[in-house]
Every structure is written in structure tokens, then in C-alpha cells.
Design a protein around this ligand. Sequence first.
Ligand code: ZN
Length: 165
Amino acid sequence: MGKLELRIYPDPVLRGKATPVKDIDDSIRKLMADMAETMYISEGVGLAAPQVGSLSQLITVDIGKGLISLANPRIVESDGSEVMEEGCLSLPDIRLEVKRYKRVLVQGIDSNGKEVFIEAEDLLARVFQHEIDHLQGILIIDKIPSAQRQLIRSKLKELERKVQR
Ligand code: ZN
């Protein structure tokens, strides 16, 4: 296992669309394990493969109730809505109120290659939606009204400047 480099906004890989994983082989299992380690070291509750530079449809989630690693996750059912503050490991120092479904049913493939369905609500549902968004190149800064986007503009500019240095 090993910690991977976290990609920070405005790294273009965060805007890429991840492709489905065909085979859960040893290299994918290793990537899943390394993603989990990176998530724990970074004290995140979720991580998507683009955040470590891989455009594969892989996510890891742990809200303190055990590790869930999934390939090709998708939301097959959703219900309700809830606004909560969210952060993102790829957007340091930015926290935003994001509206999401309150409950979701997620379908995916686990590290054994088995198809699984996971019912999630509240924080777990939120983290799944956040990570699945990453696989489409969608970030929390895309999920807020433009008036709010003005407020974080200087923080985004600051992150953009760090890359140019
Ligand atoms: Zn994120």
C-alpha cells in the first residue's frame, strides 16, 4: 500500500470523465487500497480516483462505519433532499452548503468483482453523491448558486495562483 498524490483544484484531471473499470484485477485492487490509505491519511470521508490522477470509475468511502470501495458506482434510486455543508480534499479551505438527495441506492462492484447495492442516507448518501460527481468531473463549486460562487472566487483564484508558481 502507499499514499498517492492528492490532486488539487485546478488540476485538469479533476475535470475529466472517468471510464468504467472492466476487470477488478490486482492492479485495480491495489489502486483501491492505495486510495483508501490516501483518504485515511488525508482525514477525508471519501475519495474518487480522479483525485489521485486516475480517470477510472473508482471511489472509496468511510464515514466512520467501515470502508466501502466501489468500481463503476451509480445512483439507481434517489429520494428527498437535504442541504449540508461540504468540503473536498481537492478544494482545500473551501466549505459550501450543497443540496443533495437525502437517500440514495447505489449500485457498484466491490473489490471481489461482485455487484453490490448499498442503501445510504444522510451523510453516507451525501458522500456517495459527492464522489460519484467526481467521476463526471463535477466539483462542489459547480453545485452552488452563482451568488455564492462570487464569495469563494478569491479562494479559487488563490488555488489557481499556487499552480502557476
Ligand atoms: Zn471531493
